[in-house]
Write a protein that binds this ligand. Structure first.
Ligand code: ZN
Length: 269
C-alpha cells in the first residue's frame, strides 16, 4: 500500500468515526425522554437499567457495542441494535461526503452540517413521531434566504419546495377526507410535520433533486413497509417517514447530477 492510499484509508476511518460519534450524540439528544437540551446536558453515560457508569471505551461508537456484545456488562440489559446500525449509517455518510468533496473543503463542511440536520430530524421522528418545530422553521428560513438571493435559481428551488409540499398536502387531504384507497375518513395521514420537512427539502434540493429524493423515499418506504407487513407487523402500524426522506435527500444531495443524467438519457432516448 503506498502512502497516499494509506492516508486516504486513515482519513476515511477518521471521517467515519466522526460521523458515528455525532450519531451517538444525536441519538441521546433526540431520544424519547425529556427535552433535547436536558438530554444533551445529562449525556447518557450510565446504563439506563442498573445505573452503571460506562467506561470511555464502552462509549466508542460501534466498537463499544461490539466489545459489550450488545449487553450491559453488569446487568446484561440488551443495548438496542439501533445504536450501532445508526452509527454505521451516519459514519458511512461522512465517508461518502469525504470522498466526494475531498478537494472542496467548504462544500464538505456545509454538506456535513446538512447531513447532520437530516439525521437529527430522522432520529427525532423515529423516537418521538414528530418533526421538531424549533429546528425545522429556522432551517426553512435559512434555506429560503440562501436560495432566493439568486434570482435566476428561484424557479428551480421554489419549484422543488412546491413539488415536495404538494405531495404531502395531497396525501394529507386524501387521507383526511377518506378518499385515499384503504384509509378511513378522518385518518391523520402523514401529519403536517412531514409537510414542513418537505418545504425545507425542496428548498435544499431544487426541482430535480426533489424529484429524485421523493422518488427514492417513496420506494424505500414502500420496500420497508412491505417487509414489515410480510413479517407479520400489525396492520396500521405507523412507520416514521422522515428517515426515508432523509436517506433519499442525502443520496440526491451527493449524486443528483449523475442520477438525473442517467434518468434523462433513459427517458429521452
Ligand atoms: Zn446495566
Amino acid at each position: 500500500m503506498n502512502v497516499s492510499t494509506l492516508i486516504t484509508v486513515i482519513s476515511c476511518f477518521l471521517s467515519g468515526m466522526i460521523g458515528a460519534s455525532f450519531a451517538s450524540f444525536i441519538n441521546v439528544a433526540a431520544s424519547s425522554k425529556g427535552s433535547i437540551w436536558k438530554n444533551i446536558s445529562r449525556r447518557s453515560s450510565v446504563c439506563e437499567k442498573c445505573g452503571k457508569s460506562l467506561h470511555h471505551w464502552e462509549l466508542i461508537p460501534v466498537f463499544g457495542w461490539l466489545f459489550l456484545q450488545g449487553k450491559c456488562s453488569v446487568c446484561k440489559e440488551r443495548i438496542s441494535t439501533f445504536h450501532p446500525v445508526s452509527e454505521l449509517l451516519l459514519g458511512g455518510a461522512f465517508v461518502i461526503l469525504y470522498l466526494n468533496y475531498l478537494d472542496q473543503p467548504l462544500s464538505l463542511v456545509l454538506f456535513s452540517c446538512v447531513t447532520l440536520g437530516l439525521y437529527f430530524i430522522a432520529v427525532y421522528d423515529v423516537f418521538r413521531r414528530k418533526i421538531p418545530n424549533v429546528f425545522i422553521f429556522p432551517l426553512i428560513i435559512v434555506a429560503a434566504i440562501i436560495r432566493f438571493t439568486n434570482w435566476s435559481m428561484i424557479p428551480e428551488y421554489f419549484g422543488g419546495a412546491l413539488l415536495y409540499f404538494s405531495f404531502f398536502f395531497l396525501i394529507n387531504v386524501l387521507t383526511v377526507t377518506g378518499l385515499f384507497p384503504g384509509v378511513k375518513k378522518g385518518s391523520k395521514g402523514f401529519g403536517w410535520g412531514d409537510s414542513k420537512f418537505a418545504i425545507f427539502l425542496g428548498l435544499l434540493l431544487g426541482f430535480r433533486g426533489s424529484t429524485i429524493s421523493l422518488s427514492l423515499a417513496i420506494f424505500a418506504g414502500g420496500v420497508i413497509g412491505a417487509i414489515l407487513m410480510l413479517s407479520g407487523s400489525k396492520r396500521g402500524t405507523k412507520i416514521p417517514f422522515a428517515p426515508f426522506l432523509s436517506l433519499g435527500s442525502f443520496i440526491a444531495l451527493v449524486w443528483y447530477e449523475e442520477i438525473w443524467d442517467v434518468l434523462m438519457s433513459y427517458f429521452l432516448i
